[in-house]
Design a protein. Structure first.
Length: 296
């Protein structure tokens, strides 16, 4: 057993009728708000229409909620269609991203906004939203993986009330092993939070230092990184517990999605960077896309 690990009592989920209330949902909401503020701040800096972007964000919020729920339906079809469509059964961050981006992009098109320019600005919010949202997972101790000796692993102790899908990892004092620990498991949500934080820094570094960056690079860089990040992190998931992430062949559903999005987005970044027809980001080009650039 490792000499180092992370351990703290989880903050349990509260149930109110069909609703399951926890800091997980609260932090997801805070993550969206902070991400929206970050996008609006970037839009203000570049002179884009904040009122239109607020409309886009409202549509994206609805899309992310619907997408987060619908994305998990295929993984539960083996339980029957009615059960898979239960409104509060499960949610997916990948589905939330997909729904928000699709519906938000549709609203951009309806408002005649340049989609690539505005999606680039949204990339910062998507990254910070992930960081903050994952803090909620850490509060309730959700997304634990398989056993590990890694020093960032989470040590379950007797009496800890874990998220429902991890109830099988709980134990009483008589079942605890060395050091009074039931087991040490990969803290997948923590890994995802760290990866998203690095990605946020990289996005800002590229946006501010790459003078010849082209429109579309940032959003596809975000998608490529996060997709491959989720593919790799999900190898640490525990798929043997009841209510664990469903698998399709050797991978989880999120892994298949992350791998496909990661490879496709990375290829698109390389294609955009090499394609001279795609404009380089500049205040002059922003003005052509509708920004009101202050006159110095």
């Amino acid at each position: 057993m490792t000499l180092f690990s992370i351990t703290y009592p989880p903050i349990p989920i509260f149930e109110l009728g069909p609703l399951r209330l926890s800091l997980h949902g609260l932090m997801a909401g805070v993550g969206f708000i902070v991400g929206a503020i970050l996008m609006l701040r970037e839009a203000r800096r570049r002179g884009f229409d904040e009122a239109k972007i607020s409309s886009v964000l409202t549509w994206a919020l609805i899309g992310s909620i619907v997408g987060a729920r619908l994305f998990t339906v295929p993984a539960h079809l083996d339980e029957g269609l009615i059960e898979a469509l239960q409104p509060f059964k499960s949610f997916s961050i990948m589905g939330g991203f997909a729904g928000g981006i699709i519906i938000g992009g549709l609203r951009m098109w309806m408002l005649r906004l340049n989609v690539l320019a505005h999606m680039d600005m949204a990339s910062f919010g998507l990254a910070i939203g992930t960081v903050i949202g994952r803090i909620g997972d850490l509060f309730i101790v959700e997304h634990l993986g398989g056993r590990t000796s890694f020093f960032l692993g989470y040590a379950v102790k007797p009496g800890y009330e874990l998220a429902p899908q991890h109830a099988g990892l709980e134990c009483i004092s008589s079942q605890a092993g060395q050091g009074g620990i039931c087991g040490i498991y990969h803290h997948a949500a923590l890994y995802d939070m760290f990866g998203a934080a690095v990605l946020l820094g990289l996005l800002y570094l590229v946006a501010r230092r790459w003078t010849q960056i082209r429109y579309g690079v940032l959003i596809f860089m975000w998608a490529g990184w996060y997709g491959l990040q989720r593919f790799l992190i999900d190898f640490t998931r525990n798929t043997d517990l009841p209510n664990a992430d469903a698998t399709a062949g050797p991978f989880t559903w999120n892994q298949w999605t992350g791998l496909a999005v990661g490879i496709a987005s990375t290829a698109i970044v390389l294609w955009i960077a090499a394609r001279k027809e795609t404009p380089v980001v500049s205040s002059e080009q922003d003005a052509e896309y509708g920004a009101v650039v202050p006159v110095s």
